[in-house]
Design a protein around this ligand. Structure first.
Ligand code: PEP
Ligand code: MN
Length: 342
């Protein structure tokens, strides 16, 4: 249930409404919009007398929210949310954010060269896995905490924010210390204890869509993070499993407008994991920007043929530079912008 306050509701009136909700044993989340303050009530609604709230001073409307996610819904927060990531990036504002870097950090030289190049092209956020969720236990598993330090140094040297993945609750501490944005990978989208812990981590979270998750399940996972107290969630479409085998996954670009309709949260697209083949990454990145994505996340490697993970889908520097230039034109055409770089 959400309570929409009158435009002129006083702070004292809003506080009285919040107090009444808490007295009923329910949690309340406040969202201050351009016109109205909206209070999201989370918990067992049968414990509340909706009519009693409707009559309180300062209340304009009491609306039952039919979706199983509340705080992630457009009803709770009608305006788009922009999430600030470090000092370098805002995801969900007028600018289309470019997130780029290797699948995994492998060495100081590799991450430094990549950070330098992607920053020059206009990327705002450096990506790179230090803890890698590999499908095979025999594949490269990442550099762990040593990788976090390499990533942070490379990002700082080139004025980039940093996103990297956590797989376990124990990794949240070290990752939150290094990263500006914490990634939850597709395989962990429904790891509810991890999501709840990330709700308390104090850093924004990039929540990738599970490979077999519906949009509703994905938004319910976002709700776990929001309900635990972290309003800074960015969603990332990265392809889903279908019967098609020509591409690694099927990139569901219709998720972009659907999520934007259902939710206020920013949504970005990862075409690299979506298609799994570098030949198809650029057209899908361009299509993502055209579809209204708030950003793209692309795997880039100085020498993709020698990459320790996801080489076949990683772009060369040259391919990445061309992709960003084309995406910039599309962004401008649809009334957005994409940073020019240095
Ligand atoms: C990644 O971004 O490095 C990754 C492992 O992606 P996903 O979780 O989407 O497979
Ligand atoms: Mn990868």
């Amino acid at each position: 249930m959400i309570i929409v306050c009158e435009t002129k509701a006083s702070e004292a009136q809003i506080a009285a409404i919040q107090q009444k909700i808490r007295e009923a044993g329910l949690a309340v989340h406040r969202s201050d919009g351009v016109e109205h303050t909206v209070l999201g009530v989370v918990g067992d609604r049968s414990r509340l007398d909706m009519q009693a709230f409707a009559l309180m001073p300062g209340v304009r409307d009491v609306v039952p929210v039919s979706t199983p996610y509340k705080l992630a819904s457009r009803e709770f927060h009608p305006e788009d949310t922009a999430v600030q990531v470090g000092e370098a990036a805002a995801v969900g504002g007028p600018e289309v954010a470019v997130i780029a870097g290797p699948c995994a950090v492998e060495s100081e030289q590799q991450i430094e060269a990549t950070a330098e190049f992607v920053a020059r092209c206009g990327a705002r956020i450096l990506r790179g896995g230090a803890f890698k969720p590999r499908s095979s236990p025999y594949s490269y598993q990442g550099l762990g905490v040593e990788g976090l330090a390499l990533l942070r140094r490379a990002a700082d040297r080139h004025g980039l924010a940093l996103v990297t993945e956590v797989m376990t609750i124990e990794q949240i501490g070290p990752v939150a210390e290094s990263a500006d944005l914490i990634q939850v990978g597709a395989r962990n989208m429904q790891n509810y204890p991890l999501l709840t812990a990330l709700g308390r981590c104090g850093k924004p979270v990039l929540l990738k869509r599970g490979m077999s998750a519906t949009i509703q399940e994905w938004l319910m996972s976002a709700e776990y993070i929001l309900a635990a107290g972290n309003a800074r969630v960015i969603l990332c479409e990265r392809g889903i499993r279908t019967f098609e085998t020509a591409t690694r996954n099927t990139l569901d670009l219709s998720a972009v407008p659907v999520v934007k309709h259902l939710s206020h949260l920013p949504v970005i697209v990862d075409p690299s994991h979506g298609v799994g083949n570098r030949r198809f990454v650029a057209p899908m990145a361009r299509a993502a920007v055209a579809a209204g994505a708030d950003g793209i996340m692309v795997e880039v490697h100085p020498d993709p043929d020698r990459a320790l993970s996801d080489g076949p889908q990683s772009l060369t520097f040259e391919e990445f530079s061309a992709l960003v230039n084309r995406c910039r034109i599309i962004a401008t055409t649809i009334g957005r912008r994409l940073d020019k770089g240095k």
